[in-house]
Each structure stands twice: as structure tokens, then as C-alpha cells.
Unconditional design. Structure first.
Length: 252
């Protein structure tokens, strides 16, 4: 088990799901990953609850605040100063959608859009340090930006988080020092024009193809059945409400 007890500013730190039916989403992800959910404080936080794996929190789930909003996974990046991060986003041409909000003793969150229209959040930890278990079966493993304007997105995220970039044919890796921590790719041409640039989480799966079929049996749609490259193998699915996520194995 890879247990996290802290994150550095600029690290991917958390993912959460906005869904029109929390009960159905809890059943789906519980069936797929074996996640459990703690709703003991959800009434205090607008229905927000945490998914856990192996007794460690790994992701969040909440009802959509507006029925017109699309179901979606949101990816968060760690910060140690939300106010400064908001200023950096604005200076770099992004937009603060939801300004700094203190969440009791848990921490501080904010939501933004980048210059390419991609939504993302930041989390400044209090007692809630973020995902406590990563890179293990059914736990967060990677986040990836599909963008319609990579030329604008790369310098934006470099300015906001200080990320470096490793540009490869067809794919860019955002880096903290020499460690790759997130990916970026051009939006596939098959994606409808109405879909904006977006961040997507990947969850670890030893057998992404088989796990994608498990997801399908639970009502998901398999978007990418299986692909394998030298370093990784993955599948991409949309859950029963349409929220997209990946299943990833890193080939050692």
C-alpha cells in the first residue's frame, strides 16, 4: 500500500465526483473498486462524502449543485497559499470560478478555469491532507489534461504551479523537478466541439482491459477498450452518468 501523509505545492492531491445520483455512484464505484463511503458529516457539507479504499480516503463524491451541470470528475492540485494561487491564475489569464472557501478544519478549496477552458481546483490542506492512498489498485494514479489549445495551456500551468514540461510526440508530461506528475494531450478530433478542454483522473488497475469490462457490466461505457505502450497500459470509460475516468497500469 502506498500511503500519503503530505503533499508538496504543485502535486496532484485530490479528485472528486459531481453526480446527479450519489447513491447510484456510490454503488457503481463500490462495485468497481471496492470503495466504501463515509457520510457521517455529509449533511454538514452539502452532501459531500469521502470514498475510502483500505481504510484510507481516496476521493470525494457530491451531488451536483445545479441540475444543468454535467457529471464530472474534478482534479485538484496542492497549494500552501490559496490566495496567492488565485492571483497567479488571474495573472496568467485564467478565471477564478469559486474563490477560496474554508471547509471547516479540513482545508481551503478554490475552483478555476485555465486559459484553454479547462476546469480544475486547488486544495490547501488542513486536517484533510488529500488522497491518503495512491498508485495501488483502485486508487488515484495520474491526472491528464485533454486540451484544445496546448500552446496556451502549457505556459498557463507552468506559471500557476511552476511545473516543468517534457514534450514527447503526441503527449506532454508536466513535471515537478524531474518527476512526471500529470499529462497533457491535444483533444482527440473525435470529441464533439461542445466538449471543452478537461482534466481527467486515472485509477490504478493491474488489468485495465478487464477492469473496463467490469465497469461495463456495472453500466459504464467503454470509450477506449485497451491501449498499451512501452511504459503504460490503459483503458478509458464513462461511468453510468457520463463522468469520464481512466484505468492505468504503469509497466515497470
Amino acid at each position: 500500500m502506498t500511503v500519503k501523509t503530505s503533499y508538496s505545492p504543485g502535486d496532484p492531491i485530490w479528485v472528486d465526483l459531481g453526480t446527479p445520483n450519489v447513491d447510484a455512484s456510490v454503488a457503481f464505484y463500490g462495485g468497481l473498486f471496492g470503495w466504501t463511503v463515509d457520510r457521517s458529516r455529509s449533511e454538514d457539507f452539502g452532501g459531500y462524502a469521502n470514498f475510502s479504499s483500505g481504510g484510507k480516503v481516496v476521493a470525494g463524491v457530491m451531488p451536483l449543485m445545479d441540475p444543468s451541470m454535467p457529471p464530472v470528475w474534478t482534479c485538484y492540485v496542492a497549494t500552501d497559499d490559496t490566495e496567492k494561487t488565485m492571483a497567479k491564475v488571474t495573472e496568467a489569464g485564467g478565471t477564478v470560478v469559486a474563490p477560496a472557501m474554508q471547509v471547516a478544519e479540513l482545508g481551503t478549496m478554490a475552483i478555476y478555469t485555465g486559459v484553454d477552458g479547462s476546469f480544475f481546483g486547488t486544495w490547501e490542506p488542513g486536517t484533510h491532507i488529500g488522497s491518503e492512498r495512491v498508485d495501488e489498485e483502485g486508487c488515484p494514479s495520474w491526472i491528464e489534461l485533454s486540451t484544445r489549445d496546448q500552446a496556451a495551456a502549457l505556459p498557463f500551468y507552468q506559471s500557476v504551479f511552476g511545473w516543468g514540461t517534457s514534450v514527447n510526440p503526441g503527449y506532454t508530461e508536466f513535471q515537478q523537478g524531474s518527476t512526471s506528475i500529470a499529462g497533457c494531450m491535444d483533444m482527440p478530433e473525435t470529441v464533439p466541439d461542445v466538449v471543452p478542454s478537461y482534466w481527467m483522473p486515472y485509477f490504478a488497475a493491474q488489468d485495465p482491459a478487464a477492469k473496463a469490462q467490469e465497469a461495463a457490466a456495472l453500466g459504464a461505457t467503454v470509450l477506449v477498450p485497451f491501449m498499451e505502450m512501452a511504459e503504460v497500459a490503459f483503458s478509458v470509460v464513462a461511468d453510468p452518468h457520463g463522468s469520464t475516468f481512466g484505468l492505468l497500469r504503469v509497466n515497470s
